[in-house]
Design a protein around this ligand. Structure first.
Ligand code: SF4
Length: 232
């Protein structure tokens, strides 16, 4: 998969939009831009007291107040049942992900191509992602397999195992060795003496979720990453 351009089927687009809305909380200006597209010009109205929007729900033509914190979920549900063209879906992706998007296909599947905007990204090692966003709480099985294969007992000592009701393994990171307690800060992050830079001491084998951050320009902007500042 190219890092600066991804292909999503319509189902994957809906899931990505829902993830975006869940991840960043109420994005009121975005929601207001989407309302006419999703509910139709006469299907919604802003609440004069700023509580949310009034939406036409059901066949009886009754308006219901939906507060902003619930509006993202309502938009997602409506999108999933609306009969949208791929061009309309691409237009919605442009607004949600703040990037270029257009109808496309991959093999026999039609969907939307979306630019991630990652091309000018240049990590400045400010450490903001590791220090302030909160390091990940779970590792993938593929991460643990990589550490085992490399004989990285130093890393595996910081991994806990949680067995959910299903049979799969869930690995917890980073658990202070000899305790069942998560470490207060990532144990692998190290400040470079005399600089404002940080380095990851397990950079070559770090968890996939760390490697994949930020997933897009919007993800970076919404979480305080400064890796695009030189590109602005
Ligand atoms: S916040 Fe962005 S620029 Fe800073 S260390 Fe993390 S990825 Fe690099």
């Amino acid at each position: 998969m190219e890092r600066d351009r991804i292909f999503l089927s319509p189902r994957e687009v809906f899931d990505a939009i829902r993830d975006d809305f869940n991840q960043y909380g109420a994005q009121v200006p975005l929601y207001l831009n989407l309302c006419p597209l999703v509910f139709g010009a006469g299907g919604w109205a802003r609440d004069s007291r700023g509580r949310g929007v009034w939406i036409l729900i059901g066949s009886r033509g009754k308006m219901h107040l939906v507060e902003y914190r619930q509006l993202g979920d309502r938009i997602c549900t409506k999108l999933e049942t609306a009969d949208l063209t791929l061009a309309q879906l691409a237009g919605i992706c442009r607004q949600v992900f703040r990037t270029r998007a257009w109808p496309g296909e991959s093999g026999a599947i039609e969907g939307v191509r979306i630019e991630t905007g990652m091309e000018p990204f240049d990590c400045i090692q400010c450490g903001q992602c590791c220090r302030n966003i909160g390091y990940p709480k779970e590792a993938e099985e593929s991460d643990v397999a990589r550490w085992r294969k490399a004989g990285r007992e130093d890393i595996l000592r910081w991994v806990g195992l949680k067995r959910p009701e299903s049979n799969g393994c869930v690995y917890r990171i980073w658990i202070t060795p000899g305790t069942n307690q998560p470490a207060a800060v990532c144990p692998w992050l190290e400040k470079q003496p005399g600089t404002h830079r940080y380095r990851c001491r397990i950079h070559e084998v770090k968890p996939d979720i760390c490697r994949q951050y930020p997933g897009s320009r919007k993800h970076a902007l919404m979480t305080g990453c400064q890796g695009f500042e030189k590109a602005v």
